[in-house]
Ligand binder design. Sequence first.
Ligand code: GLY
Ligand code: MN
Ligand code: MN
Length: 443
Amino acid sequence: MYERVTSALGTRPAAINHSEMRQRQQDFCAEMTKGSVAIITNNPVGIRSADVHHRHRFNSYLHYLTGWHGKEGVAVFHHDGEWKCRLFVRPRDIKMETWNGRRPGVEGALTGWPVDETESRDNLKENLEELLNDVENVYHIHGLDSDVDEIVELALQEDSLNPGEILDDMRVIKSEAEVALMQYSADLASHAHVEAMRECVLGMGEWHMQSIIEGCFLFHQSQWAYPSIVGSGDNATILHYGDNNDVMNDGDLVLIDAGCEIDGYASDITRTFPVNGKFTDAQRDIYELVLKAQIAGIEACQAGSPWSAMHHATSRVLAAGLIELGILDCSLEEALGEDFDGQYREYFMHGTGHFLGLDVHDVGGGRQGDEESERILAPGMVITIEPGLYFGAWRDDVEIDSKWSGIGVRIEDDVLVTEDGPVVLTAKCPKEITEIEALVGSN
Ligand code: GLY
Ligand code: MN
Ligand code: MN
C-alpha cells in the first residue's frame, strides 16, 4: 500500500538551502537597530515519563534562520561591524555521543550550517553577558531555555522584545522553495488519507486508520505535524478527540484530521466518510452543507481580502443551510448574529482556519474578525479552510433532533493564496461524495 503512495509522490523537494537562510538572517537583522541582540533558542526536551523523553522537535524560528536542530542550540545575532550569527552548540563528547547520538560539535557546526561563528554551549554565560553589556534592545522568547532566561533577566533592566514581531511577518509569506515543501507535505498527507479510505472496512478500529496514515508518513521519512484525530460516530463531534480507541460501527461517519511534516513544513487535512462506504440521507445533508461552505471559504481566499473573509463566507453558508434543514428556526440575521456569533455557533464552534507553515497553527494569524490583528491576504500565504458541523449525541446544552444526533463533519484543505486566486495544495485528497463512496473499502 505504501509503495503506491511512493510512486504517486514523485521526487521529494530539497530542504531549504543555506543561501535562503542567509537571506532570512539579513532580512531579520535589517529590522533591528545595530545596538540590538537577538537570541533564538531551541525548544526544551520534554519528559514523557520518568527517564523517557518526548521526541524532540526543533524550534521553528531556529530552524527558519539556521536549520540547526541540535538540542540546546542557541543562535545569537549581534552587530560587530556587520551583523553576525553566532551559534552555540553542545561540544563533541564521545562518551555522551555514544549514549545519545552524534553531535557536529563547534567545528562541525561552523562548516555545516549557515552561521558566521560557533561557540561551545559551555561558554554561553560569559559570551552572552558580554554581548548583552550596554545593549539597546534584546529579542528573546522567554520560557524555552532556562539558562538563557536567567542570563537575560540578570542583564536587562527592561523586558526583552519578541523576535516574532519581526520574524512572523517574514514566515507568513512562503517562498517558492517553501511552497514546494508544503505541496509535498500536502501530497503525502492526501495520499495517506486516501489509503485509509481504501482500507476502511467494518470491524476496524479508529487506531487502524491512524496506523495506516501515520505508517504512510513514517514510510516516507515524515511524521505527524500534530497528533492525529480519528473519531468515529459521536467521537467525530469532539473537536480535539485523540483517544482513537473505539471500534468503528456500521452506519457511523469517521472524521480523520491528520497531517505530516516535511523539512518542518506542515500539512493539515480533515476528511469525513462513512465507515460502511455509503452516506445516510441525514449524513449526506450535513456533509453537502459543510462542503458547500468549505468551497465558499476557499473561494474567499483572495489576495487583498482580510483573512476573516473566509470565515464570514463559510459562516453565511452554514447559517443559511442550518435554517434550510430546519435545524435552526430563526431568521438568517439571528442565525448569523451581529458579529458572526449567532445561533449557528452552537454547531460550528471553531474558526474556519489558521495560517499553516513550520507550525500547524502557524504564526501570523490573529483571531478571525478581530480587526486589530487582522491580516490582509497576500500571495504566498498558506491557510487552512476547515468548516465543520457537530451534533454530539451526548450534548445537553442544546436540543439536537435524533435525525442529526451523532453526526460530526469537518472538511479541511490547505490553500495557497496567489495573484491568480486560491490554489488548493491538498487537492489530491478527494472530498466529493461520489469520489468518497467509490473509495471507501475499495482495497
Ligand atoms: N489539526 C488541527 C487543526 O485542524 O487546526
Ligand atoms: Mn487545521
Ligand atoms: Mn486539522
